[in-house]
Ligand binder design. Structure first.
Ligand SMILES: Cc1ncc(COP(=O)(O)O)c(C=O)c1O
Length: 399
């Protein structure tokens, strides 16, 4: 067996720091992360011959195995190959990119759109492209890591406001220079909490304070609003919010992401965003799967209906067991347990009963909000939900 020199005899301080890292040691000991399955079929996954119901995927509409999606992915690969191996700005732009951008922008209710190979890149550039040193970003304190990365890259300063609290946003702004350029940053649907942004009030504050607004709707698109057009459409505020970013790895069952805005803003992003200029274009099959899912969303409303039917049933099940789902209003449904010990024991009990969920503990969530994250899919059957109910009852009893 090969012995890696850096493990046997770390030479640098950095290598020693990595080797001694207590967080990594803890992660490896308890192993709830990077949990690898060897087979997957719809909502079922397998590991070492045992099957589990996947209760934490973001495949909200359950389109990952839809025949039209699979067919589109294969056809794109045959037509275009595996990758364009280049950035859009240089050699990597193809007509399948612009086709998806136009259909997606139109559905979201924006003039234009730019797509990236990951939602993380899109959400990061939705912030870093527009804010710059000297600006102020006022941000909901619970936003996703991709948005914090965008803030750091932008060089702008940041002030947090209390999660989903427009009054606190207003209070924060009272102390700020009215002439400073400001950006309001929030999510449409919060991925951990399942909360829907209080968008009408947030937009009022943005308007009163001449703020540019950016909303990450990774968990709202395909889920909220008429036809799943997203959180802005849910409130009829598509033209109020300046920029909407999101991901293809949730309701669109692919990988990649988008930034949608006015044509002028997207042209500006294409000039200034390092994540856009210096990163290879989304691959043909990823884009084709996202486009096929988008068309299914338009043509087959039953998936969205089934998602909400399942969500209502599941929420009632969780609440009837006295579990705390943090007031989630969406298919992203946390079960808040309050400490990492309780979370780990709950997660293990669910696993023993054949249900796979994901752990999120502080500092990933606010202190005292340690949780098991669950998410509902349109693909969950009544039988799946019955089994999930039994597993939850078992795990709740042993808390
Ligand atoms: C709110 C939010 N924004 C952005 C992303 C990044 O998307 P992706 O996984 O497609 O890179 C995620 C993914 O977890 C997310 O939850």
């Amino acid at each position: 067996m090969a012995i890696f020199p850096s493990r046997r005899n770390p030479k640098s301080r950095i290598a020693r720091r990595c080797q001694d890292d207590s967080v990594t040691k803890l992660r490896l000991k308890y192993a709830p992360y990077y949990y690898t399955f060897d087979r997957q079929e719809g909502t079922q996954v397998w590991r070492d011959g045992k099957s589990y119901i996947m209760l934490s995927s973001n495949d909200y509409l359950g389109l990952g195995n839809h025949p039209k999606v699979i067919e589109a992915g294969k056809a794109a690969m045959e037509k275009w190959g595996a990758s364009t191996t280049g950035a859009r700005l240089a050699n990597g732009s193809r007509s399948y990119h612009t086709e998806l951008e136009e259909e997606l922008a139109d559905y979201i209710g924006k003039e234009a759109c730019h797509i990236h190979a990951a939602g993380y890149l899109s959400c990061m550039s939705a912030v870093a492209s527009f804010a710059e040193r000297g600006d102020l970003i006022v941000v909901d304190k619970n936003v996703h890591s991709s948005l914090w990365s965008g803030i750091h890259l932008s060089g702008a300063s940041a002030e947090r406001f209390i999660h989903n609290n427009p009054d606190d946003l207003r209070d924060v702004l009272v102390h700020e220079d009215p002439d400073r350029a400001k950006l309001l940053l929030f999510e449409g649907v919060y991925s951990m909490e399942g909360h829907v942004a209080r968008m009408p009030e947030l937009m009022d504050v943005a308007r009163e304070n001449d703020m540019f607004s950016v909303m990450d709707d990774a968990h709202g698109f395909g889920v909220m609003g008429p036809g799943g057009r997203g959180t802005a459409a849910h409130f009829g505020l598509q033209s109020e919010v300046d920029v909407i970013s999101g991901s293809f790895s949730k309701a669109l069952s692919s990988t990649g992401g988008y930034v949608a805005s006015s044509r002028e803003m997207i042209d500006y992003l294409r000039t200034h965003s390092k994540q856009t200029i210096f990163s290879a274009a989304i691959s043909p099959s990823q884009a084709a799967c996202a486009l096929a899912s988008l068309r299914i969303l338009k043509e087959e409303p039953e998936h969205l209906e089934r998602l909400w039917h399942n969500t209502r049933r599941y929420k009632q099940m969780v609440e009837s067991l006295g579990l705390d789902c943090w007031g989630s209003e969406t298919p992203a449904m946390p079960i808040v347990l309050g400490s990492k010990e309780r979370v780990y024991s709950f997660w293990k009990d669910l696993l023993a009963k054949g249900v796979f969920t994901v752990i999120s503990v502080a500092p990933g969530v606010p202190p005292g909000k340690d949780l098991v994250r669950t998410a509902i899919s349109a693909r969950h059957t009544d039988d799946d939900l019955d089994k999930v109910g039994e597993a939850l009852a078992y795990a709740a009893r042993s808390l």
